[in-house]
Design a protein around this ligand. Structure first.
Ligand SMILES: [Zn+2]
Length: 178
């Protein structure tokens, strides 16, 4: 299948169930969409097991999810043989974080949700030079500027990440890009 003409490169969609229970109808609806978009646009599907919740994740649910996806015919292009599990990629995340630290793109943040009081983080801790400590988060500095891109479904888009969200929590960034 050829790549959709509005896309610069083949898209990679991802299906990322948490092994905290069995596959349910919501997963299946999501899988139909994820595989459908990839196939319609000439892209590929990444399957990733979101097992970073060490308390609620169970290996028997993990095995059952994979078995059910196979049975339903959802064959991932990447992440099935062998399965990609978040819990096995800690080194990758630590390495990415170390790179951000070296480039001074991250800083410790002591603000609670109440301190922030809204969707956008105002950069309160940017210049505080706080040390890492239990209870503190990490934020990634987001440069100001408008991003223009083409969304395959919505068409041309314009976003101002710094203006709309401010500096992101490192965990949110990991969810977006990893
Ligand atoms: Zn802060």
């Amino acid at each position: 299948m050829s790549v959709h003409p509005r896309l610069a490169r083949p898209p990679v969609t991802r299906f990322a169930p948490s092994p905290t229970g069995y596959l349910h109808l919501g997963h299946v609806v999501n899988a139909i969409y994820v595989w459908g978009v990839a196939r319609a646009l000439g892209g590929t599907v990444l399957l990733r097991i979101e097992d970073h919740d060490r308390i609620r994740s169970r290996r028997n649910y993990d095995a059952a999810l994979l078995e059910d996806l196979d049975w339903l015919g959802f064959a991932a292009d990447e992440g099935r043989h062998p399965p990609v599990r978040q819990s096995e990629r800690t080194g990758m995340y630590e390495s990415a974080l170390a790179g951000l630290r070296r480039a001074h793109h991250v800083y410790a943040c002591a603000c609670s949700r109440k301190d922030i009081g809204g969707e956008r983080y105002p950069g309160t801790c940017r210049a505080r030079a706080l040390a890492d400590a239990p209870g503190r988060g990490l934020r990634v500095q987001i440069d100001s500027g408008v991003e223009l891109f083409v969304d395959a479904l919505l068409g041309p888009q314009r976003q101002d990440p710094a203006g709309e969200y401010g500096d992101l929590r490192a965990a949110d960034v990991a969810e977006l890009f990893m």
